[in-house]
Ligand binder design. Structure first.
Ligand code: DX5
Ligand code: ZN
Length: 218
């Protein structure tokens, strides 16, 4: 592992910003550079205004890495696809509260499929939606941009939300942050209580390459 960062802090690398013509190579590069998790952004062009990739890509990524695969579903009707994303090799499956009318059922379905379950919250969504599903959560994802695109700027107003999420959920639930995480914002989110840092642009568009991007975050 690169650097001497807090071992409890995990760096999750978002492939949305990688070169899709060299996806296997880019995953291996990230793995060699000390990435802890591979983050997979699935977008349906309906819940979010962008389309990315789905099950077949995750299947292929599964074959080239032993790292945990963290699948961030930005899709409507996620329940229909949980089984397929699990079979493709996802270790963690996260659904958006805003797209999940039966959130408790979704979390149960993820656990029944044998994956860890998480809930992602858009910037405007209050933490209250977690109140009655707290015991079924392995992770909460505090979006620090509006989901749909990489390369957006970090929303500073989310720092107290991260702090409140940590206070609400205690030490045993992962508090993840996604969007605009870079060498400047990483210390801010860690200070607020986040322990899973998701980064795409800061890793794959770092002028020094993937290893330099991950090192800068650490
Ligand atoms: C945004 C995605 C993020 C995105 C982060 O909807 O959920 O995972 O890849 O990208 P950066 O690190 O470029 O902000
Ligand atoms: Zn994401």
């Amino acid at each position: 592992m690169i650097g001497s960062g807090d071992p409890a802090i995990k760096i999750s690398v978002s492939l949305l910003a990688c070169d899709f013509a060299r996806i296997g190579e880019q995953v291996s590069e990230a793995e060699r550079a000390g990435a802890d998790i591979i983050h997979l952004d699935v977008m349906d062009g309906a819940f979010v205004p962008n389309i990315s990739f789905g099950v077949p890509v995750i299947n292929s990524v599964r074959k080239v890495t032993g790292l945990p695969l963290q699948t961030h579903l930005m899709i409507q009707d996620a329940d229909r696809y949980i089984e397929a994303f699990r079979k493709a090799g996802s270790d963690q499956i996260w659904v958006h509260a805003e797209a999940s009318p039966h959130l408790h059922r979704s979390l149960q379905a993820i656990h029944a499929a044998g994956a860890k379950a998480g809930v992602a919250l858009n910037p405007h969504t209050p933490l209250d939606v977690l109140e009655w599903v707290k015991d079924d959560l392995d992770a909460v994802l505090i979006m620090t941009v509006n989901p749909g695109f990489g390369g957006q700027s970090f929303i500073e107003a989310m720092l107290p939300k991260i702090r409140a999420a940590r206070a609400m959920l205690g030490p045993n639930v992962d508090v993840a942050v996604d969007g605009g995480v870079d060498a400047r914002t990483a210390p801010l989110v860690v200070d607020a209580g986040a322990n899973v840092l998701i980064a795409g642009t800061a890793v794959f568009s770092h002028p020094g390459g993937v290893a330099a991007g991950i090192a800068a975050l650490r």
